[in-house]
Design a binder for this molecule. Structure first.
Ligand code: AMP
Length: 283
């Protein structure tokens, strides 16, 4: 596996593949890789001629400096995992390489409400940072296919919209959420949970599944209130939001009228670790 840290070298390395019009699969990540990331890599390998993974802890998508400082980093171990999983190239640039000087990054794209609800509301500036970095990475790698997890459902929808606004140059592939045996969605942030927190963390997915089960038998508002209460029955949890939303627009729904297209999404603090998860309802 080739390891590259500069944009110039990455473009150079990719040139021969682009000339041959090969399928280039791309998996952008922030590292601290787990099975969830590796599943994206293997799907990309199955569907493309070469697979590129990027590892870049993007400072401009963190609205909380402590979250950025505490984000787990282990590029050497990640590189070993990627090599074993058959990834062809790892692009791991420095912050200076991606954002030279102190130039303000602009984003003149309109996402409507998509980047303003839920994660957008509670993490101001987050999606602006995500879109800037993914657009930049797409320009460098010029992939034919890019792989994103449904674990970050709203991010996936924002990226899809970005891609649409940029003229559908890349095929965006959505991958199912990979979970631990007890149902907890795999996340790099899980590493920050204490042993006790890790033991109770499955409650988030359990409640999401119960919501899926209860479905239309309960009014939306009541189900939402029930879910928040149920998660917070254990006092180590604090729910930031729990929404039942339209799968495409992510606008909260008030009734089960368009029941085939909704998703339940939540962000929960477990101790001081913020976890997100979601399940699609009625699929
Ligand atoms: P991250 O490194 O957290 O920015 O994630 C990089 C990519 O991996 C994103 O597209 C995530 O949605 C995806 N991802 C992270 N965790 C999981 C998971 N448990 N299952 C599936 N995809 C995931």
């Amino acid at each position: 596996m080739k390891q590259i840290t500069t944009i110039k070298e990455a473009k150079q390395w990719l040139k021969s593949y682009q000339k041959k019009s090969l399928k280039i699969g791309f998996v952008p990540t922030m590292g601290a890789l787990h099975e969830g990331h590796l599943r994206l890599i293997s799907q990309s390998r199955a569907e493309n001629d070469i697979t590129i993974c990027s590892i870049f802890v993007n400072p401009i998508q963190f609205n909380n400096p402590e979250d950025l400082a505490k984000y787990p980093r282990n590029v050497a171990q990640d590189a070993r995992l990627l090599k074993n999983s058959g990834c062809d190239m790892l692009f791991s640039p420095t912050v200076e390489e991606m954002y030279p000087g102190d130039k303000q990054e602009n984003l003149e794209m309109d996402f409507g409400m998509l980047d303003k609800v839920m994660e957008g509301k509670f993490r101001p500036g987050h999606f602006k940072g995500v879109v800037i970095v993914v657009r930049k990475l797409f320009n460098i790698i010029a992939p034919t296919h890019a792989y994103f997890g449904k674990k970050d459902y709203q991010q996936l929808m924002v990226i899809r919209r970005m891609n649409e606004l940029l003229g559908h140059k890349v095929k965006i592939v959505a991958c199912e959420t990979v979970r631990e045996d007890d149902g907890l969605a795999m996340s790099s942030r899980n590493l920050r949970l204490t042993i006790g927190e890790r033991q109770v963390a499955r409650r988030i997915f359990e409640v999401l599944c119960k919501v899926r089960e209860k479905g239309t038998k309960t009014p939306v508002w009541e189900l939402r209130e029930w879910a928040i209460k149920k998660i917070q029955e254990d006092s180590s949890f604090r729910v930031e939001y729990f929404e039942i939303a339209d799968r495409e627009t992510l606008m909260p729904v008030e009734s089960w009228g368009h029941k085939n297209q909704v998703v339940a999404l939540t962000a929960v603090f477990l101790g001081d670790v913020r976890l997100i998860d979601n399940v699609e309802l009625f699929s």
